[in-house]
Design a protein around this ligand. Structure first.
Ligand code: TYM
Length: 329
């Protein structure tokens, strides 16, 4: 059975992009794969953070993931398992500055003021490679924005194997969904839906109430044209394309099929149908999230048990990597 690893930053409540790009696939994959899902709290320190908010959001994200259907025995938080940090350091020394300089996510996040960002933000992709390879995971379900990081992880694995003269780390395969792999902001079709967008209206989060979901969809930015009958008619209309793609992904239908249904109609009717579809799927997740949030002791217990299992899997692999690089024990 192939091993699957994936992670999510507990920097805020997961949103619709996280759900369609990643979480939904995690729930499917866990049926026939050996899975580990990680709240990557160490990655959350790469941008300015508040300790109190990190604690709260790690628990809230745990509740959200459980409410979405993630098996509690496969979930844990990264910092509780030392293998991540240990292999992360080794990878800092295997990875090349030239490789990191090419990472577009660093450039996007750091912007013009590079000098003032944490060193952690820069070496983040090395830690991400360690997250996966500490478990010898071979399949990694992610959204499209993580593609470049996974290519780097493979470069690191290959260089390690080459330098140590053994085929120790396996190659990893990204699992990127065919639709909605990049859900865009509801306010601006050229920007990715993201936890760090200052506007709450830009994203639907997994504990939004039915009213909040409907409001956000009603206010989502669109244009004045009616909906086209074919995909070519979405050219230059990123907001329309985004909402239709979300509809198709949520209903499990093709974009062409959805366009046929709504062809020639205004956004009013379509938005109501989209809001209803989102509420039908997400409102039960939100209710369950709120219920789980009332029992913090249970959430802590889930994370502790998950970490125990993750330690048992990663310890022999990372110990062997440490032996290969020449560390004495
Ligand atoms: P993060 O926390 O930004 O996002 C978690 C997952 O959600 C996907 N995603 C999206 N998919 C579609 N549309 C969007 N707008 C959207 N926004 C986010 C992401 O692609 C991701 O799959 N670096 C990772 C976390 C990580 C990780 C790992 C992932 C750390 N170590 C090892 C896989 C394997 C991140 O910041 O994801």
């Amino acid at each position: 059975m192939q091993r699957v690893f994936s992670g999510i930053q507990p920097t805020g409540i997961p949103h619709l992009g996280n759900y369609l790009g990643a979480i939904r696939n995690w729930v499917t994959l866990q049926k026939d794969h050996d899975c580990l899902f990680c709240l990557v709290d160490m990655h959350s320190l790469t941008m300015p953070w508040s300790p109190e908010a990190l604690r709260e959001q790690t628990l809230a994200s745990t509740a959200c993931l459980l409410a979405s259907g993630i098996d509690p025995t496969r979930l844990y938080n990264q910092s509780a398992v030392s293998a991540h940090a240990r292999l992360g350091w080794i990878f800092n020394c295997v990875s090349r500055l030239g490789w990191l300089n090419r990472m577009t996510q660093f450039k996007d996040k750091a912007g013009k003021n590079r000098e003032n960002h944490s060193a952690g933000l820069y070496v983040y992709p090395n830690l991400m490679a360690a997250d996966i390879l500490a478990f010898h995971a071979t399949r990694v379900p992610v959204g499209d924005d993580q593609r470049q990081h996974l290519e780097l992880a493979n470069d690191i694995a290959q260089k390690f194997n080459h330098d140590m003269g053994v085929e120790f780390f396996p190659l990893i395969e990204p699992l990127i969904p065919p639709h909605a792999a990049r859900v865009m902001s509801l306010r601006d079709g050229s920007k990715k839906m993201s936890k760090s967008d200052p506007s709450d209206q830009s994203r639907i989060i997994l504990n939004d109430t039915a009213d909040a979901i409907t409001q956000k969809i009603r206010k989502a930015r669109t244009d004045a044209e009616p909906l086209p009958s074919e995909e070519a008619g979405l050219e230059g209309r990123p907001e329309a394309r985004n909402l239709l793609t979300i509809y198709a992904a949520m209903s499990g239908r093709t974009l062409a099929d959805v366009l046929t249904q709504f062809s020639g109609q205004g956004f009013g009717t379509f938005k109501q149908a989209l809001a209803d579809l989102l509420v039908e799927t997400l409102a039960p997740v939100a209710d369950e999230t709120r219920r789980l949030m009332d029992d913090k002791a249970h959430l802590m217990q889930v994370l502790r048990q998950g970490a125990e299992r993750a330690r048992a899997v990663s310890e022999p692999i990372v110990s062997e990597a440490e032996k290969l690089v020449g560390f004495l024990r």
